[in-house]
Design a protein around this ligand. Structure first.
Ligand code: NAD
Ligand code: MG
Length: 383
């Protein structure tokens, strides 16, 4: 588990604790929350625990070596853990670009992937799909929309699919005016109506960048080049996504908005078990509404189409600039609407690479981050 202490990581451990006869967490990793990682290791007794932040290593080792749990730190350790012999499935639950390298290592080692880290596919979807061709690895989506589509596609022929309809709650600013969105604070943006998630994805949901990323994620995940991928606003987050077929039929997957459901489906590799997770009641389904998204109020959403049409390293640039801008917004250095502005200016300045290889993605990520930081430094309105 890459990112065991985060929102997806903790919920994955909850699923594992409900089926201990089937699942064993052999490796738990975290970025810097060493105390949380130690607590999780006491409970789940993995073989190995890894902390990305080297400065926390001694604390981890001193707490876990008496329990006979191996410890390590740093990016290299994460990479080799993703390829370890006693690992069948790698759960990628880290946030942002950091998911790319260990995911590649896991695919090279033939591991299955329960993929929460959508940024991996946003940044380098073409490369990941290329690697998958020469590997027995399969990707099971954890993102609720992609899990829904995966479920709707079971038993269907690819050529029968006309459209993937990715639902979006619309985030906390769905009903706000454009003028009010310009004044949105960090607290406003962190108040997601339906989901409790890590801070970065919560801000991405408020800008709807998250939905743009999910459109790109769907493009790479489902090999359906002829099918249109379309966002649909659905404020209740009960219908997790839909597939429209050539005969006019639409299949939808519904469920309570609880990430443990798609996590369990991914870990079970499409097998369904009663893990005692919450079910929907008819009352929960009493009002389901759907509407077109507002690209004018949420310009980040339009970046998906731009990134797919321009191709190459475009989405990698967008992702890097977005990560820097979201961190700056959370640090109260820029305004909410500066997130989009920073991405656009970074796109203008970052070199375009039509056919990037792995090294080109790494270079693009480094360069686009530096450009975005420069742009943010030149904005003079800390909040
Ligand atoms: P989070 O911020 O709650 O957790 C991130 C985890 O990654 C933490 O355990 C952190 O310690 C670890 N981490 C951070 N940097 C790291 C690094 N450099 N190396 C190793 N570990 C590192 O994030 P989250 O909300 O759980 O989201 C994780 C991923 O899942 C994201 O890509 C997000 O888009 C995706 N996702 C999340 C949800 C959700 O409901 N939270 C839903 C769908 C998809
Ligand atoms: Mg999602």
């Amino acid at each position: 588990m890459l990112g065991a202490t985060g929102s997806i990581g903790r919920q994955t451990l909850d699923v594992i604790s409900r089926a201990p006869e089937r699942y064993q967490a052999t490796v738990l990793t975290a970025g810097s929350k060493v105390e949380d990682l130690i607590d999780q290791c006491r409970k789940f007794k993995p073989r190995l625990a890894i902390i990305a932040d080297d400065t926390k290593y001694e604390q981890l080792r001193d707490a876990l070596s008496p329990l006979g749990i191996e410890t390590a730190s740093g990016a290299e350790a994460l990479k080799s853990a993703a390829a370890a012999d006693d690992v069948d499935t790698v759960v990628t639950a880290t946030v942002g670009y950091s998911g790319l390298e260990p995911t590649i290592a896991a695919i090279r080692a033939g591991k299955d992937i329960a993929l929460a880290n959508k940024e991996t596919l946003v940044v380098a979807g073409a490369l990941i799909n290329q690697l998958l061709k020469d590997s027995p690895s399969r990707i099971y989506p954890v993102d609720s929309e992609h899990s829904a589509i995966y479920q709707c596609l079971q038993g269907e022929k690819p050529e029968a699919v006309k459209r993937l309809l990715i639902t979006a709650s619309g985030g906390p600013f769905r009903t706000w005016s454009k003028e009010d969105i310009e004044k949105a604070t960090v607290e406003n943006a962190l108040k997601h109506p339906n989901w409790h998630m890590g801070a970065k994805i919560t801000i991405d949901s408020a800008t709807m960048m998250n939905k743009a990323f999910e459109l790109i994620e769907a493009h790479w995940l489902f090999d359906l080049p002829h099918a249109e991928v379309k966002p649909v606003v659905h404020p209740q987050s009960i219908v997790h996504s839909m597939v429209e077929f050539v005969d006019g039929a639409i299949k939808a997957q519904l469920g309570t908005p609880d990430m443990r459901l798609p996590i369990a489906y991914a870990l079970g590799e499409t097998r369904r078990d009663d893990l005692g997770l919450p079910h929907l009641s008819i009352a929960d389904m009493a009002e389901l509404t759907f509407m077109e998204p507002d690209y004018d109020k949420f310009p980040c959403l339009g970046l998906a189409k731009y990134a797919m049409e321009r191709g190459g390293n475009t989405a990698c640039v967008i992702n890097a600039a977005n990560e820097i801008a979201v961190a700056a917004f959370l640090g109260r250095k820029i305004r909410f609407t500066d997130i989009y502005a920073t991405i656009m200016t970074t796109l203008e300045r970052a070199p375009f690479i039509a056919l990037p290889d792995y090294d080109a993605y790494v270079a693009t990520n480094t360069e686009a981050r530096a450009i975005a930081l420069e742009i943010i430094d030149s904005l003079e309105q800390p909040r």
